[in-house]
Design a protein around this ligand. Structure first.
Ligand SMILES: [Mg+2]
Length: 374
């Protein structure tokens, strides 16, 4: 019986090589929360998340003082019970945001630990739907100094050239006219057969503003528009969904089964982008995906492809993994010792136990320091 012996936590601040912007934010450094959960069998599971551009130490405190004490000395197979115990501990401190991210990555580490204990890759441990590869879309199209619509088009076409049948760009930062030029350039560059998605990153504040944009970009037939409003403005998502034929995708900053149920009940999303490192870990992600299936809604999880490829492989109503082909924007790639490969728009799964990779400790040491709780 594997008993949880220790938990280690690290906040790693990794600077971006180029200052990068999306609708309302500009990023120079990314803070990542990393955990390792070790059992008395000598097996270690890992978890990781993004904690924004500042104050990554908040996560370290949540793990150290609030959540790791719940896990130490417990049976690692009691995943649901440990989730509930951590959630009760988090109740007053943060059912969303950094405390929920801390809970999420400890839950991910438990799944990874248990899959490694059994010698099974995570997608098979979860009950695979796809065994070898999963479909992915190429994510990019950020705002950079001097990046014209033509250059954006070239970037999008380069992903199509690598074999991706779906690509995503950023939107929502400039005027409706300027954004129309960007979307037009991207559509013309990739052609009619490649799905094009546009991520607004909560850039619009009201329905009128959203419609000024949407009416101009409907003609370019996007597969979806992502996060048009603040995540808490569920009613405006529902209103916009009724006002446009473009499907809406959201949920990447959403937490817990109850928030996602509200999105589904109100018809606020046709695609859920729930992130296991944000919403409450793999345990909660699977519950949300099952509810989405009951509503006929597909999952296209946000961000970390390393984490989400096995989840998409184990979920019949999952459509795509979001894939970042280099380490410029998703610079977390620098912190792990193995990269997933892609071919013809599909990510290759592997048969290595658990998540199938570890932290690159030399790299992690450049950006942060481990603290061990036992
Ligand atoms: Mg997004």
């Amino acid at each position: 019986m594997p008993i949880i012996e220790s938990v280690a936590v690290c906040s790693a601040a990794v600077p971006l090589e180029r200052v990068t912007s999306f609708s309302t934010r500009t990023v120079t450094t990314r803070h990542y929360g990393l955990v390792k959960v070790r059992s008395t069998d000598g097996v270690e599971g890992i978890g990781f998340c993004y904690v924004g551009s500042v104050a990554g130490e908040l996560l370290t405190v949540a793990v150290e003082q609030l959540l790791a004490p719940v896990l130490i000395g417990k049976d690692s197979y009691a995943v649901e019970g440990l989730w509930k115990a951590m959630y009760e501990e988090a109740l007053l401190h943060g059912r969303a945001g950094t405390v929920m991210r801390a809970l999420s990555i400890l839950d991910i580490a438990l799944w990874d630990l248990n899959a490694r204990t059994h010698g099974l890759p995570l997608h098979k441990y979860l009950g695979a739907h796809e065994l070898d590869t999963v479909p992915a879309y190429a994510s990019g199209g950020y705002y950079l100094e001097g990046k014209t619509p033509e250059k954006l088009g070239e970037e999008m076409a380069s992903y199509a050239g690598m074999g991706f049948r779906a690509v995503k760009m950023k939107g929502g930062r400039l005027s409706p006219q300027q954004e129309e030029r960007r979307v037009k350039a991207a559509r013309e560059a990739v052609g009619a057969d490649v799905e094009l998605m546009i991520d607004m990153n909560n850039g619009w504040s009201d329905l009128t503003q959203a419609l000024q944009h949407v009416r101009r970009i409907e003609q370019f037939d996007p597969y979806f528009i992502e996060e048009p409003f603040s995540p808490d403005d569920v009613d405006n998502h529902a209103r916009l969904a009724r006002a446009t034929r473009i499907p809406l995708a959201t949920g990447e900053i959403g937490y817990g089964r109850w928030y996602h149920k509200e999105l589904l009940d109100k018809g606020a999303a046709a695609i859920l982008q729930t992130d296991a490192a944000v919403c409450g870990g793999i345990t909660e992600w699977c519950k949300i995906a099952a509810t989405a299936a009951s509503h006929g809604v597909v999952m296209c999880p946000h961000w970390f492809h390393d984490l989400h490829a096995p989840l998409v492989a184990a979920t019949p109503n999952a459509r795509y993994v979001e894939y970042f082909w280099d380490d410029q924007v998703l610079n977390f790639r620098r912190l792990v010792d193995r990269q997933l490969s892609h071919r013809n728009g599909r990510i290759q799964l592997h048969d290595t136990p658990g998540l199938g990779f570890c932290f690159d400790e030399q790299q992690v040491a450049k950006y942060g320091q481990w603290q061990r709780i036992a």
